[in-house]
Each structure stands twice: as C-alpha cells, then as structure tokens.
Ligand binder design. Sequence first.
Ligand code: SF4
Ligand code: F3S
Ligand code: FES
Length: 236
Amino acid sequence: MEVTLKILRFNPEVDSEPHYDTFIVPDAQPNDLILDLLECVRGFQDGTLAFRRSCSHGICGSDAMRINGRNRLACKVLVKDIGNHITIEPLIGLPVIKDLIVDMEPFWEHFRTVLPYFMCPDDPVPDGKERIQSPEERERYDDTTKCILCAACTTSCPVFWVNGKYFGPSALVNAHRFIFDTRDCGAAERLKIINEQPGVWSCRTAFNCTEACPREIHITKAIAELKRALTTGRLD
Ligand code: SF4
Ligand code: F3S
Ligand code: FES
C-alpha cells in the first residue's frame, strides 16, 4: 500500500519557521511500524530527516512523537492502525532541536527534582542481607515502575504546555514509584518537594497523560494517590 507521510520539519541552521514536508512510501505493509516508515524516508528519500530511536520495541522510550495528533511511540504504532495518511510532529512543550528531536533537558530536570533513586543513608540493611518486602507491598507501586521516561505524558499535559516549570506527570510518576516503596526512606523529603509549587497541586486532572502513556500507567490515579498522601499523611 502507498502511505503519505506529512512530517513537520525544522532545521535551525536554515529555517526560520517549521514547515511540513510530504513523503510517499510506495510499498508499505499494513504491519509496518511508523518507525519503519521514518527509516524508509531517511534511508531512501531524505537522509537529513532527524528523529530519535533505539530499541524499536517500546522499551527505551526514545521515539515519542505526535502521530496524527496523539503522543505515541513510533515503534508501537502499525500502519494498519492509523491508515495511509499520517501526520508526524515533534512533541509539544519542549524546544525542537531538529525535525522530530526535542531537547529533553527540561524534562530530565523535573525528573531529577523528585530524587528518583533509593535513599536510606542512615538505615543499614537488616542483618547485612536484604530488605524484605511482601508481594502486597511490592504491588502498591508496581504500576509506576513501568515508566520508560518517554515524555509522552508530560508533553501532552496542558498545564505543562502553559507552565514549563510544572514538574509534569512523568516526574510525579517517578516520585510515586519511590514514595510508596517500603524499602525507601525518602518519602517525607519527596512529599515535601512535590507539595511545593509547581508540583503535584498544579495537576488539573486533565487525564491527557493517562491517555498518552504507552505503558498504560494509571498516571492520574498515581497523582491522586500522591495528593491523598499529602492531605492524610498516610502511605497506605
Ligand atoms: Fe512515558 Fe508513561 Fe513514563 Fe510518562 S509515565 S514518561 S508516558 S512511560
Ligand atoms: Fe496534566 Fe495529567 Fe494532571 S494531563 S493536568 S498531569 S492528570
Ligand atoms: Fe525504543 Fe521506540 S525505539 S521505545
């Protein structure tokens, strides 16, 4: 089948404004990934097309982009799922470096703000062995361990679009992942951080993040759990 790709391009070295380029992929298959089509264009039609990819299997999170108006991973969308007229644009809310590549540094900055690592400096491992956790305790934060840091959620959030200082749903998901982990000792410190503006209270429950997440993480629910922990002082 023939597929038409309309791609928003921007090369800061020559362009003053972004513009769309249209490419025809003449022999696409229904089971081709959108990422396959982009590789086809870059390989055979325009070697200057810039986009990120790595694993091609929905694991590394590097190829999030807007596909027909929705944030998705190019390696998780098949041609047969969206038809043969496809518009591809970079994520919204982060500066475009070139074509479909955005500057992820503001995203990483928010990620770092929530201290996304284990903290137990004054609490040695019991018996020098391991920190025991029950299956129920592990289940409590299982959903938020699935994040691959693709930024599809944060860049679909209308609050983040108007206020880039908002931590964004991805950072809050990763705060949740450690706050509800019984092996970690940093919950109070992280809760204090997200309690301040522009942290968890900037969320307006828009749900765009939950719809965008390729890992199907219940992001809005996780954010609600953080709000509840702050108002009740409980982590159950
Ligand atoms: Fe991507 Fe989902 Fe993680 Fe957001 S929560 S960065 S959408 S994997
Ligand atoms: Fe934004 Fe998600 Fe909240 S889209 S407003 S972080 S529910
Ligand atoms: Fe790794 Fe798509 S290329 S998630």
